[in-house]
Write a protein that binds this ligand. Structure first.
Ligand code: NAD
Length: 256
């Protein structure tokens, strides 16, 4: 379905971003990966799906590096047809003791990076008459939790940004939507499981059940594969008129 399309997925060396990149690759899309950590393993996993794949190590907190990545994407693949803004970090602390440098980093990576990639991808998408912008927000773009002020602010901002982009592109073949996962068991959440186990003096498995029990009525983690399939759907013709929507995939979290 996506042969001859190119997808750039930010923060795609692990977790949700890698899951989305692989789902798009299974549909035939060429992939540009981004992120830190084990880049070789991520490249190998996507390459095994038989598509063209490249990597750019832009730090998403640095606008100049994002500009360089967008130029490299055009040079390597000729276009960015599908832009998945997924890179994100978390820090958990009460507002009064929240480190200002962590606030700045979360706003830069989880929110401002999507502005920079989008402003640079949009002219090509609108010129070609087709594009998909998929912003990986969170249930925390729809509701709040204590001790996650920067993350909640960034994700609410990202959903607002998604709506504005959707309105500005409403009469074109470019759509913009947000995906809002609940708990997904990725490295980002493993850190919170470990912190919960330590705080409550319980083991890892008990900590996972407590985290789910607090927020996610299904008592199941959402998977990166499920989110990847939603991204594929948003790239399909059936989604041509879905614009500015925010899809919660959260085991009932925000239904409460
Ligand atoms: P993860 O830690 O597995 O992946 C984060 C990715 O972002 C990695 O590839 C990492 O290298 C990359 N990254 C981090 N800082 C970066 C930077 N400065 N520049 C470039 N890349 C950078 O986490 P994840 O859980 O897969 O998170 C992916 C997205 O999903 C994030 O935006 C996160 O907020 C969101 N999300 C996660 C959950 C969850 O439960 N895991 C729930 C809702 C939303």
């Amino acid at each position: 379905m996506l042969k001859a399309k190119t997808a750039l997925v930010t923060g795609s060396t692990s977790g949700i971003g890698l899951g989305i990149a692989k789902a798009l690759a299974r549909q035939g899309a060429n992939i540009l990966l981004n992120g830190f950590g084990d880049t070789e393993a991520a490249l190998a996993e996507v390459r095994a799906l038989g598509v063209r794949v490249a990597y750019h190590g832009a730090d998403m907190s640095k606008p100049a590096e994002i500009e360089e990545m967008m130029r490299a994407a055009e040079a390597e693949f000729g276009a960015v047809d599908i832009l998945v803004n997924n890179a994100g970090i978390q820090h958990v602390a009460p507002v009064a003791s929240f480190p200002p440098e962590k606030w700045d980093a979360i706003i830069a990576i989880n929110l401002s990076s999507a502005f920079h990639t989008t402003r640079l991808a949009l002219p090509g998408m609108t010129q070609r008459g087709w594009g998909r912008i998929i912003n990986v927000a969170s249930v925390h773009g729809l509701v709040a939790s204590a001790e996650k002020s920067a993350y909640v602010a960034a994700k609410h901002g990202l959903i607002g940004f998604t709506k504005t982009v959707a309105l500005e592109t409403a009469s074109t073949g470019v759509t913009a939507n947000a995906i809002c996962p609940g708990w997904v068991l990725t490295p980002l959440v493993e850190k919170q499981v470990a912190a919960r186990a330590q705080a409550d003096g319980i083991d890892h498995e008990q900590a996972k059940r407590r985290l789910l029990g607090d927020k996610q009525p299904s008592m199941q983690f959402t998977t990166a594969e499920e989110l990847g399939e939603l991204a594929v759907f948003l790239c399909s013709p059936a989604a041509n008129n879905i614009r500015g929507a925010a899809f919660n995939v959260d085991g009932g979290w925000v239904a409460q």
